[in-house]
Design a protein around this ligand. Structure first.
Ligand code: PLP
Length: 385
């Protein structure tokens, strides 16, 4: 079957490929420590599971309105109003299956052929994939180790042209764990207003932050009307498999995004939406405990990697990834990924899975137990000795 030519422009997320390769090795009897996949290893808090159960048993098994059930849209509007210090109307909220569809729909709805989109590199690979898929020009904004993987706003500004339509920011970031400084967010907001840019703010890790506090670009004056917030339940509430996320956007954009939902999913699964209400409005002790556990694991992995010759690892301020520089080992990133999987039994991702500027780095997810992280560190050190 001959594929449509646009499929040649659609990328992928190699985490799933490395996971599959690791599973094949496991099927052959090898022991692999999984530090490749970006998901909390905790179970979804039981109050959320109970809410889903209750919804299923009370007949919440039908289609819902395409942009989400009113109860969840209201809960999200309250949550985003409180956490971002702005006034969000439920009509600005579209509930979708995971955070990812907001990326997909926002880019599909807003980017014409030839429009330029600035996106973080190294960054979540789906940004570049989707921009190219719709015929846009993907313009990388490099995130550099020497800037703690923050954004060089001067450089960002130099990349804006008359064709630039959107800038994507992600803080806390995958794969670096970097968090944008409030000053830089302000400068990006100023640039967006001066050059009439739309901001897609990927805030999926907004609750997983260790040093300082989270700031959203949408909190700044003049920004809610040009910002799409992408957020969701996957990371904060350990709900990756539930597929539940949302976008908060100017009301006029909620209609076309809802139409994309109608054309693709019809709606997000009904009972998961009821569970989402409980997640946002129920007790918040479990997500806080998860962040505390990530904080302890972060220390173990950062110290451990820095003690391995050839590795140099910053202390990430958010998310649950480390992105050590491995140039001192003499290996390229992809070669290191292969070496770690096959010679050390540690699944990790080449920095280049996150764009060309990821060369010289690898990404480890520390959403795993301290015992497994220590096992991985020992194996890595031994394999490189
Ligand atoms: N945005 C970033 C930066 C991510 O790392 C991820 C998941 O890894 C997502 C969005 C997608 O999240 P979800 O699983 O809710 O679709």
């Amino acid at each position: 079957m001959r594929l449509a030519s646009r499929m040649g422009r659609l990328g992928t997320e190699t985490a799933f490929e490395v996971l599959a390769a690791a599973r094949r090795l496991e099927a052959q009897g090898k022991d692999i420590v999984h530090l490749e996949i970006g998901e909390p290893d905790f179970d979804t808090p039981s109050n959320i599971i109970e809410a889903a159960n209750k919804a299923l048993h009370s007949g919440k098994t039908h289609y819902t309105p395409a942009p989400g059930i009113p109860e969840l849209r209201q809960a999200i509007a309250r949550y985003v109003s409180n956490t971002r210090g702005i006034s969000v109307d439920p009509a600005q909220v579209v509930v979708v299956p995971g955070g990812k569809p907001i990326m997909f729909y926002a880019i599909l709805a807003l980017i014409d052929e030839g429009d330029e989109v600035l996106y973080p590199n190294p960054g979540f690979p789906i940004y570049e994939s989707m921009i190219r898929f719709v015929g846009g020009k993907a313009v990388p904004t490099p995130l550099r180790e020497e800037k703690q993987f923050g954004l060089d706003v001067g450089e960002l500004e130099s990349l804006v042209t008359d064709r630039t339509k959107m800038v994507i920011i992600n803080s806390p970031a995958n794969p670096t764990g970097g968090v944008l400084e409030a000053e830089d967010i302000k400068a990006i907001a100023k640039l967006a207003q001066e050059r009439d840019l739309i901001v897609l703010a990927d805030e999926i890790y907004s609750r997983i932050i260790y040093d300082g506090s989270f700031s959203s670009i949408a909190s700044l004056p003049g920004m809610p009307e040009r910002t799409i917030i992408l957020d969701g339940f996957s990371k904060t509430y350990a709900m990756t498999g539930w597929r539940l996320g949302f976008g908060v956007m100017p009301e006029a954009l909620a209609e076309p995004i809802t139409r994309l939902m109608i054309n693709s999913n019809s709606c997000t699964s009904a009972f998961t939406q009821y569970a989402g209400v409980e997640a946002l409005e129920g007790p918040q002790g479990e997500p806080a405990k998860m962040v505390q556990a990530f904080r302890e694991r972060r220390q173990v992995i950062v110290e451990g990697l820095n003690s391995i010759p050839g590795f140099r690892c910053l202390n990430p301020a958010g998310a649950f990834y480390v992105f050590p520089n491995i140039e001192g080992t003499g290996m390229r990133s992809k070669q290191m990924e292969h070496h770690l999987l096959h010679n050390a039994g540690v699944a990790a991702l080449s920095g280049t899975s996150f764009g060309a500027h990821g060369e010289g780095f690898v990404r480890f997810s520390y959403a795993n137990s301290i015992a497994n992280i220590e096992k991985a560190l020992e194996r890595i050190a031994k394999s490189l000795a």
